[in-house]
Design a protein around this ligand. Sequence first.
Ligand SMILES: [Mg+2]
Length: 262
Amino acid sequence: MTDAIPESTLPYPPVYKDKRFVVLSDWDGTITTQDSNDYMTDNLGFGKARRRAGNLEILAGRQTFSRDGFREMLESIAANGHSFDECKEVLKKNIKLDVGFKDFNAWCAANDIPVVIVSSGMAPSIRAVLSNLVGEEVADTIDIIANEVEIEDNGKWHINFRHPSSGYGHDKSRAILPYKDLESPPLLFFFGDGVSDMSAARHADVLFVKQKDDGENDLAAYCTREGIKHIIFRDFAQALRVVQAVVRGEKTPAEVLAAGKA
Ligand SMILES: [Mg+2]
C-alpha cells in the first residue's frame, strides 16, 4: 500500500527543505494521552468493544488500517445525533496533552526544528483541541497534515479523506517521502503509536513509538513483527533527551535506535 502514490485531494504545507531536522508526529494518543477518535467512538458512537475488535483484525494482518472502518466509527457518532461542534467541545474538555509536549515543542521552536502533526483525524478538531491545550499563538506555528470534515446543512457530518484511493484514507508516508527526494534532506524524527502510523513508520530516520499502559500498543507490535527499529518512549520529556543528543551530535541515529528505549 505504500508503493502506489495516492492522489491527494487536500493541499500540503511546504516541505522544510532547508532545515537540518524536522519532527513529524501523530496526534492522537501520541501528542495527546488519549486517541480523540477512539474517545468519541467509545463515548458517543458505537462503543469500545466493537472498535477494538476492528483494531485487532488490522494488527493480525487480516486487514490494513481501514479507511472504511474508520469512517464507520465516525459515522456512528454522527448517527447518534452528535454535531461536529459538540464533538469539538467534548474533545476540548476531555483530551489531554502529553506531559512533556509543551517543553518539547518549545525546545524545537528555539532550535529551528519544525514540528508537523500528521494525523488520520480531522484537521478542524485537532486545531481546536491543540489551540485549547497550548494556546493559539503556539498552535499556529504547528502545521497539521490530516483529513478534513464535511458538514451538511442538516448538521450531519462526515470525514473527507486526504487520500480517498488509499486504504489508509490518509497515507502518512506521503508526508515523509517528499523529504527523501531532496538532495540533502533533513533528519526526520517520527512519533507514533497506532495502526495509522504503519505506512510512515519505515520511512522515518528515527522512529519513536509511544509506550501504552492499556495494552493498545499496536504500532510497537507491528514494528517488532516487521523488524523496524524504533525507540519506545513514555512521554515527550523522555523523547526530548534523545532528540537533543542526536541534534547536538552526542549520539548518532543508529546509536539511539540501538538503545531502543528513551
Ligand atoms: Mg495515534
